[in-house]
Design a protein around this ligand. Structure first.
Ligand SMILES: Nc1ncnc2c1ncn2[C@@H]1O[C@H](COP(=O)(O)OP(=O)(O)OP(=O)(O)O)[C@@H](O)[C@H]1O
Length: 397
């Protein structure tokens, strides 16, 4: 209990110290007696508020200056805002800076030039994708009662390179009228741990905000391959986090967000990922009938000579992917341009001077010889890269 010094005894040294103490207390009493005015309280409070605000913004500014990704974030913000304006996306809430970084990977549907009519020989796959992925998105109204007719939350396109996986993914986004995030996973893996986690979370929160939305991950195996004990701890945690965010989509039946992956090595994919991608489509090397359809499509609008035998080319191009067939036709087309340029100096000048009309009128159609030469060239380069090709250009005859 407090005892007033005046109440204490005043004897010897104790008397002296008690006297000092008494004096100090009296000073305190006096200062307490002097009244603190209301204005002074307001002034002090205002000073404190200003000081706190100044410290907060100074710290924030300092942190921004020290953040090495600050410039990148600002550029991403500007780019994403422009892109969303262009696409006509209006979000209900303010996007976080990580969501804006992911939004730079959005694809404007008007920029997707690929539709089903640009893909040949894959009618069965297209039909199945239409039934399982596209109609549940576009005809949601018809299927509102059913919990079983939701689009799958994961779709895997797998098969050898150059056979049309990316074409299918793009056409799916276009035909479904869905927003399309073409996720470059290096944006997640190149960042330090905390940042990667925020970005991974942003992928899903942005997709949910923009739904219906397709998150496309090309070469998904490089990101979500079988987990091993050699995985860096941060990588393992990142995969686990990605999967748990994905599970969030799966448990919400009304959410129309689909993760679509493409891979050349489906076996390298983690089993847990395969389970989350119940719709799997194999896009294999085209067979003879499919190769013919692809050649017909590629050369549809090109001038081709009467001697061109597409059946013959389809026959000998076993192990050619759609991409190889495209290259075969492109390089055949170069031969006719080369012939034209080498025939006269006037023609050469017409090409160099950009006289398009004169050049187009004088160019001969692509003939079988162009295609033969082109085939030999590609076959040779495939043999060099250890591809197994048994046919030769003479088999075309
Ligand atoms: N079925 C097809 N119909 C028409 N063109 C095709 C077809 N398949 C492939 N192509 C041609 O090959 C090119 C490459 O195809 P795409 O990028 O879709 O292959 P991919 O399977 O995704 O390859 P990768 O695994 O290397 O990414 C296309 O731009 C197109 O010119």
């Amino acid at each position: 209990m407090f005892t007033h010094p005046a109440a204490l005894g005043r004897k010897g040294s104790f008397k002296r110290s008690a006297f000092g103490y008494e004096k100090a207390c009296l000073n305190i009493y006096r200062s307490m007696e002097s009244e603190i005015t209301r204005t002074e309280i307001i002034k002090v409070t205002a000073k404190l508020v200003l000081l706190s605000a100044f410290s907060y913004y100074s710290m924030k500014w300092l942190m921004n200056q020290l953040d090495p990704t600050n410039k990148q974030k600002n550029q991403a913000k500007a780019k994403a805002t422009d892109l969303m304006k262009k696409i006509g996306i209006q979000v209900k809430r303010q996007l976080s800076e990580h969501e804006l970084m992911i939004a730079t990977h959005l694809v404007d549907p008007r920029d997707i030039k690929v539709s089903w009519s640009d893909i040949a020989g894959l009618d069965d796959v297209i039909e199945e994708i239409q039934e399982t992925v596209i109609f549940p998105i576009t005809r949601k109204d018809l299927l509102v009662e059913s919990k079983l007719s939701q689009p799958p939350k994961g779709v895997l396109l797998h098969g050898p390179p150059g056979c049309g996986k990316t074409l299918i993914a793009k056409a799916t986004a276009k035909e479904a009228g869905a927003r399309f995030i073409n996720l470059d996973v290096s944006i997640l893996t190149d960042k330090w741990y905390g940042e990667s986690q925020k970005l991974a979370a942003a992928v899903f929160s942005l997709a949910i905000e923009l739904q219906p939305c397709i998150i496309f991950i090309d070469e998904i195996d490089s990101f979500l391959r079988v987990r091993s004990s050699q995985d860096h701890e941060a990588t393992a945690m990142m995969k686990a986090q990605f999967m748990s965010l994905w599970d969030g989509l799966i448990t919400d039946p009304n959410c129309v967000v689909i993760v679509m992956g493409a891979t050349n090595r489906p076996r390298d994919l983690d089993q847990a990922i395969q389970r989350r991608m119940p719709s799997m489509f194999h896009i294999g090397l085209p067979n003879r009938r499919q190769r013919l359809q692809i050649l017909e499509l590629i050369l549809d609008k090109e001038p081709i000579g009467a001697d061109v035998d597409l059946e013959g080319i389809a026959k000998v191009t076993e192990t050619f992917s759609g991409s190889d067939l495209h290259e075969l036709c492109r390089s055949a087309s170069v031969y006719r341009m080369r012939d034209f340029m080498r025939s006269t100096t006037r023609n050469r000048a017409a090409v160099i001077n950009g006289n398009n009309r004169e050049t187009a009128e004088a160019l001969r159609p692509i003939n079988m010889d162009d295609l033969r030469k082109s085939f030999s060239k590609i076959r040779e380069s495939k043999v060099r890269s250890n591809a197994c090709i048994v046919a030769s250009s003479s088999d075309m005859d």
